[in-house]
Design a protein around this ligand. Structure first.
Ligand code: ADP
Ligand code: MG
Length: 540
């Protein structure tokens, strides 16, 4: 048998073994330290400046991780779990990163002592499984058919999600709005049917919820002022057609003998355009929206005939209008009938702040709504949008799957106690591993205290004692530097958020522990330039 030889390119770095795992764990710790302080209602925000100088202020774990531009291959895993948490449940993005970091930290001594990775991984998996099972057991479910109770539950969950954000002063106002918005959607609760628009100026409380589609008025030509700005049950034509005279010189070369021929060319252009406009008019459409420009001739034509038009409507807005009002987006006006025209109960162009908005309400097809955010600085509104997004996701999740647990570290402390109890009944290394995970779970309440400036040792001791006495929902009381029953205090979170965070954190931990070798290729292009192959065809 010939010995196998692997040849790697010159400059390839390879590191392996136990020290590799430790160094990966250390890299993850560095990432966790970046987001640690943003957790909870007293968490701080981060200001991040990108290469182009764009500044973003955020408290959202996923946003921060995305902007961090992590290059360490193992630490990237943490960025990915934050992103996946964001996509899956929306909230809990900071928690998931902190949890993963703490799991790794607690596992580090085992790696150092030479416990095999596979044994550690098995322990972590088992602990997670036990924890998830336990969450499902103890989660509180409200009575399903009680409308009032369900609404209350949703509002509480939204308020908890927003409690840790910049807008926490207005969280009651916004949690009502977010629940209203989600309630307007149909069964499937599609997220893209909630549009979020930002208009600078005004106070945060001027933010309004429109029960329908709304988008900013687009660029318009002269003649627009004469168009009516309000209709009741108009027919709506949605187009992907340019209603503009083309300047001939841009597109073609025409050789002419005399002036009359030129006139014919011009006339032909007009005829084509007028033909389209006439078809639109005859179809009975009152509102014409197009993705492409609508020129001055068309604008004036519509104005004369008591019609409204808007060109250059952004793609997503046009699609949302189509979904809400019915009809189709047309690329030709040949077959304009009622089946391809949309409609709504009321259309209006309205002034909101410094901008004019086209608003469609009473849409027959899909249920949709638009939140128009008002506020001062651009960054502030962007963070508001992100916070609302978190809250909307949470409400959607909670509506589908309405079991809740108490936040503020309560559920983590209870899980920790449960795992510790179980670990005592198990023999061998697994016992140590499960109780290490139990210890790791305490990081959430500890960090909540640290971020609020409380004495975390003190509070954690109190919490441990309360949980040992069977007070299941005791958590950190952020307002009074004490412990409190967070179920009564209405700090509620969907159990799904916690289950997802736990599973994702444990996945990431196992992944990082299972990597014992990194092989880095030299960057392509850095080495000597590739020589042309003999016989290869060269360009002339
Ligand atoms: P994440 O991105 O993980 O959602 P947050 O900064 O939103 O991070 O913080 C969430 C944590 O703050 C959760 O553990 C939640 O239970 C806790 N929390 C939220 N509101 C309160 C409150 N009023 N009192 C105590 N803890 C709270
Ligand atoms: Mg949150």
């Amino acid at each position: 048998m010939q010995p196998q030889i692997i040849l790697l390119k010159e400059g390839t770095e390879a590191s392996q073994g136990r020290s590799q795992i430790i160094s990966n764990i250390n890299a993850c710790q560095a990432i966790v330290d970046c987001v640690r302080t943003t957790l909870g209602p007293r968490g701080m925000d981060k200001l991040m400046v990108e290469a182009q100088g764009k500044a973003t202020i955020s408290n959202d774990g996923a946003t921060i991780m995305k902007l961090l531009d992590v290059v360490h291959p193992a630490a990237k895993t943490l960025v990915d779990i934050a992103k996946s948490q964001d996509a899956e449940v929306g909230d809990g993005t900071t928690s998931v990163v902190i949890l993963a970091g703490e799991f790794l930290k607690q596992m580090k001594p085992f790696v150092e002592e030479g416990v095999h990775s596979q044994i550690i991984i098995r322990g972590v998996r088992k602990a997670t499984q036990l924890a998830v099972q336990f969450i499902n057991e103890i989660a509180v479910k409200p009575k399903k058919d009680d409308e009032v109770e369900l609404r209350q539950l949703l509002e509480k969950c939204a308020a908890t999600a927003m409690g840790s954000k910049l807008i926490n002063q207005q969280k009651d106002f916004f949690s009502r709005m977010v629940v209203d918005a989600v309630m307007m959607l149909d069964e499937l609760l599609p997220l893209n049917m909630i549009g979020i628009k930002k208009v600078p100026g005004g106070a945060l409380e001027d933010t309004l919820l429109v029960a329908g589609v709304a988008f900013k008025k687009t660029f318009s030509y002269a003649g627009f002022e004469m168009q009516p700005k309000q209709y009741t049950s108009p027919k709506i034509a949605l187009l992907n057609i340019e209603l503009e005279l083309k300047a001939e010189r841009d597109n073609a070369e025409v050789r002419l003998e005399n002036v009359e021929e030129y006139q014919k060319v011009v006339d032909a252009e007009w005829t084509i355009l007028y033909d389209k406009l006439e078809k639109l008019h005859l179809s009975g459409a009152k509102v014409v929206l197009s993705k492409l420009p609508i020129g001055d001739v068309a604008t004036q034509y519509f104005a004369d005939r008591d019609m409204f038009c808007a060109g250059r409507v952004p793609d997503e807005d046009l699609k949302r209008t189509m979904k809400a009002c019915g009809g189709s987006i047309l690329t030709t006006v040949a077959d304009l009938g009622d089946s391809v025209l949309g409609t709504c109960e009321h259309f209006e162009e309205k002034q909101i702040g410094g901008d004019r908005f086209n608003i469609f309400t009473g849409c027959p097809q899909a249920k949709t709504c638009t939140i128009i955010i008002r506020g001062g600085a651009e960054q502030f509104m962007e963070e508001t949008e992100r916070s609302l997004h978190d809250a909307i996701m949470i409400v959607r999740r909670a509506k589908k799957n309405d079991a809740v647990v108490a936040g503020g570290g309560a559920i983590e402390m209870e899980l920790s106690k449960h795992l510790r109890d179980i670990s005592r009944t198990i023999a061998g290394k697994e016992q140590m591993l499960i109780s290490a995970i139990a210890r790791a779970l305490e990081v959430i309440p500890r960090q909540l205290c640290d971020n609020a400036g409380f004495d975390s040792t003190n509070i954690l001791n109190k919490l441990r004692q309360k949980h040992a006495q069977g007070n299941r929902w005791m958590g950190v009381d952020i307002l009074n530097e004490d412990v409190a029953d967070n179920m009564e205090k209405c700090v509620w979170e969907p159990s799904l958020v916690k289950i997802n965070a736990l599973s994702a954190a444990s996945e990431a931990t196992c992944l990082i522990l299972s990597v014992d070798e990194t092989i880095k290729n030299p960057k392509s292009g850095e080495g000597p330039a590739p020589q042309g192959r003999p016989g290869a065809r060269r360009p002339f």
